[in-house]
Design a binder for this molecule. Structure first.
Ligand code: 4AD
Ligand code: MG
Length: 476
């Protein structure tokens, strides 16, 4: 007989023999096991006949133990569940010492659970988050597959700094204590493993552009590395980014694609993961109750997700946004840490969140940013001051997507690279795209963990990736 899953049994109406393996969440009154196997947020209740069970075995049914149960699925006698399992035989597969097992059946702080990240998916909250993460990831591939995109694996080790921010992790096999030097006294990377200086990628975009210019519509979905020293609740040093890139598509098309895509993946979890979402919804409502009335949000988690799928994102130019921010109360009363003085200022997350959460109260797409606060590859507008960039800002998150129409004109691109001191020799292949059959094209990057944060209502990005990498932290 093949094993049953808890998820399947809880949906059964037919009474039957069952064979089930899982971990004990709780054992109550020497009689009731709440068993979970990861297939669902819900436990199945297994009722032990304690009078006819060996006392030594009963003692080993402890929180965290792995067990194998054979028995019968029956209508439940008690409240709280439709069916339960009458245990005929129970085998302890793996004991769990109740004195030292970290995941006790009580509330644990997220900090404590981060230190026990290898066991935190034994809790309801983290198992729900990670099932949602898996579902969202599937929904991403499903969306692109159904819309004619090819999945491209862009390299993880690269020689280029796509974003030009210089926040890269170096990949090197040179002797760190005594590296070979060239005539100028600099490290001689010609003797390094790849014969040049290389690093972990900060974005797959530039390589994705090359494939868009032949396959038409492509996307990457892979690990991305940034050595920025930002210890915030929204930054990771290793995160996953989804980057579609499309030939013959302009900035307006890019905004349509991003909006449509985000609505689609959020709809997917509303349709397929409602048990997990309801659990997280309730968790957040309980948390809200501890806050003062004024700080509570108007919509609960599920309402927020539906709001995104049902309403248009507000499209606002950078210039309009600056006007709004300049006129805003927190700016006039100097409540912002960075006061917006004039056009050209880079927006900080406090400004982004003001626009989304206080002013527009919906997802916002900001576009046409000043050229000099954005990356080199963005298409210069006719005003020669702004570029065809777009950022999508989400409530509670701030920037979730960054994208643009790309500069497809060889002369303009070369000029821009010269101004920024980006050597042409490094990006000769990128320039080739502008020499041979160049065309308008666009794409964007969605930070996957920021999407998972939004979808789960979690406030710290370290809690939506299995093993977070952040400055001074690479445990597990
Ligand atoms: O805005 P970014 O830097 O854009 C790019 O990398 C472009 N090459 C994308 C493209 O056009 N193909 O990053 C895109 C998104 C951000 O909006 C954010 O959601 C996420 O990636 N992101 C991070 N997420 C977690 N931790 C970090 N340190 C992140 N840095 C960026
Ligand atoms: Mg950005």
């Amino acid at each position: 007989m093949t094993s049953n899953t808890v998820s399947q049994l809880l949906k059964e109406t037919k009474l039957q023999k069952v064979d089930i393996k899982g971990w004990v969440r709780t054992f109550r009154a020497n009689r009731f096991i709440a068993l979970n196997d990861g297939s669902t947020i819900n436990n199945i209740q297994c009722v032990v006949d304690f009078e006819n069970t060996n006392e030594a075995i009963l003692k080993r049914i402890t929180t965290g133990a792995a067990v194998h149960i054979k028995g019968e699925l029956v209508e439940s006698q008690g409240k709280g569940q439709n069916v339960e399992v009458i245990v005929n035989s129970i085998t302890i597969l793996g004991d769990s010492d109740p004195e030292t097992y970290p995941i006790q059946p009580k509330k644990h702080s997220f900090e404590f659970l981060r230190e026990n990240a290898h066991l935190r998916t034994r809790t309801n909250t983290f198992s729900a988050i990670m099932r949602l993460r898996s579902s969202l990831s599937f929904a991403v591939h499903k969306y692109f597959n159904e819309n004619g995109f090819y999945y491209m694996h862009t390299p993880i080790i690269t020689g280029s700094d796509a974003e030009g921010a210089g926040e890269m992790f170096r990949v090197s096999t040179l002797d760190q204590k005594n590296p070979p030097l060239n005539e100028n006294g600099d490290v001689d990377h010609s003797q390094n493993f790849f014969g040049k200086d290389t690093n972990l990628t900060v974005s797959g975009q530039l390589e994705a552009e090359t494939y868009a210019m032949s396959l038409g519509k492509v996307y990457t979905f892979g690990p991305t590395f940034r050595a920025e020293n930002s210890n915030t609740s929204r930054h990771l040093s290793e995160f996953w980014m989804i980057e579609p890139e499309v030939a013959f598509m302009d900035l307006a098309g890019n905004m349509d694609l991003a909006e449509n895509f985000m609505k689609s993946v959020i709809s997917y979890i509303l349709e397929n993961n409602i048990d997990d979402l309801e659990f997280l919804n309730k968790r957040l409502l309980d948390e809200e109750k501890t806050k003062p009335q004024a700080e509570r949000s108007d919509l609960n988690l599920i309402e927020k997700l539906k709001f995104v799928t049902e309403n248009n994102f507000k499209r606002v130019s950078y210039t309009e946004a600056i006007d709004i921010l300049r006129q805003s109360k927190p700016n006039k009363k100097k409540k912002f840490k960075y006061i917006i003085e004039e056009w050209g200022a880079d927006l900080q997350s406090e400004h982004e969140r003001f626009l989304v959460e206080k002013h527009f109260k919906c997802p916002v797409i900001l576009f046409d940013y000043p050229a000099n606060i954005k990356a080199f590859y963005m298409r210069l507008n006719e005003d020669e001051k702004t570029v065809r960039a777009m950022d999508i800002l989400f409530p509670g998150i701030g920037e979730i997507v960054g994208g643009s129409q790309r500069e497809e004109r060889l002369d303009v691109l070369k000029k821009k690279m010269a101004v920024l001191d980006i050597p042409e020799e490094e990006l000769w292949w990128y320039l080739d795209l502008r020499k041979y059959g160049t065309a308008v094209h666009s794409g964007f990057g969605l930070g996957f963990e920021r999407l998972v944060m939004f979808a789960t209502g979690m406030g710290n990005i370290r809690d939506v990736i299995p093993y977070p990498r952040t400055p001074q932290n690479a445990e597990f």
